[in-house]
Design a protein around this ligand. Structure first.
Ligand code: ZN
Length: 77
């Protein structure tokens, strides 16, 4: 497997890890921990796979619909 260079800092390389993703919509913020992601070993930027991102946003949308201002969830693998 060829390491993927980071698109943000262009120096680091991506490795599988987990990220804490924050989604803000209007007044509401949802923090989702333990999201599987490729994480840059230099700057810490994370990259979500398409299907993971969809699930993150559906969890965030559900939490925001409940009217919370800040919600912390753990990503269910
Ligand atoms: Zn980077």
């Amino acid at each position: 497997m060829t390491p993927t260079p980071c698109a943000l800092c262009k120096r680091g390389q991506l490795a599988p890890g987990s990220a804490t993703v924050t989604v803000s919509r209007g007044e509401g913020t949802v923090i989702i921990k333990g999201v599987p992601a490729d994480v840059c070993d230099n700057c810490g930027e994370y990259y979500l796979a398409g299907d993971i991102a969809k699930r993150v946003y559906s969890v965030a949308d559900a939490a925001l619909l409940s009217g919370c201002e800040v919600e912390i969830r753990r990503f269910a693998a």
